[in-house]
Design a protein around this ligand. Sequence first.
Ligand code: ZN
Length: 415
Amino acid sequence: MSNNSQIPNPAHIQADSMLARRFGKETVNYFSSSPLNRLSFLRSDHPFLSAAFKHPSTRFVILKDLAPLTRSPTELYYAKYDEVRKLLPASIYDKSEEEIIKEHDSRKTEPHLIFLGVDETDKQQDGFSWKIYSGTPYFALDVSEKGSEEQQHNAKEVVNGFEAQGLSFLQARVAMTFSANEAAIYAQARALIDWNTRNSYCGTCGSRTISVNSGTKRACPPTDAARVAEGKPAEKPACSTRTTISNLSFPRTDPTIIVAVISSDAKRILLGRSKRFPPNWYSTLAGFIEPAESVEDAVRREVWEEAGVTLSRVIIHSTQPWPYPANLMIGAIAQVSDPAHEKINLEHDPELEDARWFEIEEVEEALRVGTSNLDQAAGPGYKEGSLRLPPPTAIANQLIQAAINIDFLADKSKM
Ligand SMILES: [Zn+2]
C-alpha cells in the first residue's frame, strides 16, 4: 500500500484485450479500487474472524460519529487491538452466529465492528494467513459514545487514549484528502458503520437488531433475554422479517446518475451549478435513479427536469462509490442530437441556480487551472471570474475530461 497518489492505482489486471482495444482504458474513480480483498464468503466464519481479529498485524480503522481517526488530514490512523480492547472483548467471535442470535439480550449493546478485508500486498513474516489467503486484516470500529452506559464509558476511554497520542477525528463534510487507497478503505468503513447505525432497530417490529456477517447484515432475533427479566416469555412477538425468506436487513447502495452532456455539434459541454457552490464553480448534472427506471432513462429525465435539455444517446462511462451516505454514482456521457433540443429551461425543477453551455476551450482552460475541492481556492494561473470545476478525485471531472477527449470511443472516424 505504498501508493500515495489520489488517483487510484487500478486493482484489476490492465492487459491488452479485445474490450480494452474497443473501449479504451477503464477509468478508476476516487473511493473505488480498494487494495483490500473483502473475502465476503468468510464473513460468517467465526474461527476465521477470531484469528484475523486477534492477529498482531491487524489494523483497525476508527470512526467516531462517522469522522475518521487520523494522524493528519491526509493520513488515516490504524489502531492495534490493544488500543481498542476495552471496547472489544477478545472472545467476540468465539461463539457462532446461531449462538449469538439465540443468546440475544437487548440490554447489552456492542459497538459496530466490520471486517473490511485483507491487504494481500502486505505479506509480512509472521503475517496473518488463513487457508490460501494471507496479508494484513483490516477491521472498522465505531467508537461513538452510544449504546449502554458501559459501552459509552469504554468508548470514552478508548477515545481518550487516542487523543492523548495527539490523534484527532477529521471533521469534514466530505473527506477528499486521503490517498486513493486510504480513501477506498475509509469509504467502505464509513458506508457500513453508517448503515449499521441507521438500522439498529428492526424496520418491521421495532425491536433491537444485532449485527451478523461481521457487520454486513443485521438480524431481528426471535428471543430476547431482557424479556425474561421482565417476567415475560423470551420469545418476542412474531416479526415477518424472521419468517419470510428476507429474514435479514442488508446494506443499501443508492444509485445516482451523473452526466457530462455534449452539444449536437460536439463543441460545447452542458454544466450546472447549485446555490451552495462558490462563485463561477460549475459541475456536471446529477440526480437519483428512481424505482423502475433504467440508468439511461434517469440521465435523460434529470437533464430535462433540471436544464430543459433533451438528450438522445447516453453511454455509461465509469462509476464512483460515494459514501455520503450510501451512493453509487453512475457516470454517463450523453449527447443532444438536434440543436433545437439544446435550449436551457430552469423552470421545470428549480434545483439548479444556473445551467449553461460552455465552449470546449473554456472548459479545457478550467481543467488546467480552475479545479479544486469545494472548500479550496482555485490553483495558480486561475483568472478571477473564469470557470471553476471539481478536482480529479470527483467523477464529474473525469466525465468532463472524457467528454472532451472523446477518444475512449475507439473508432472516432464513425462518429
Ligand atoms: Zn423484527
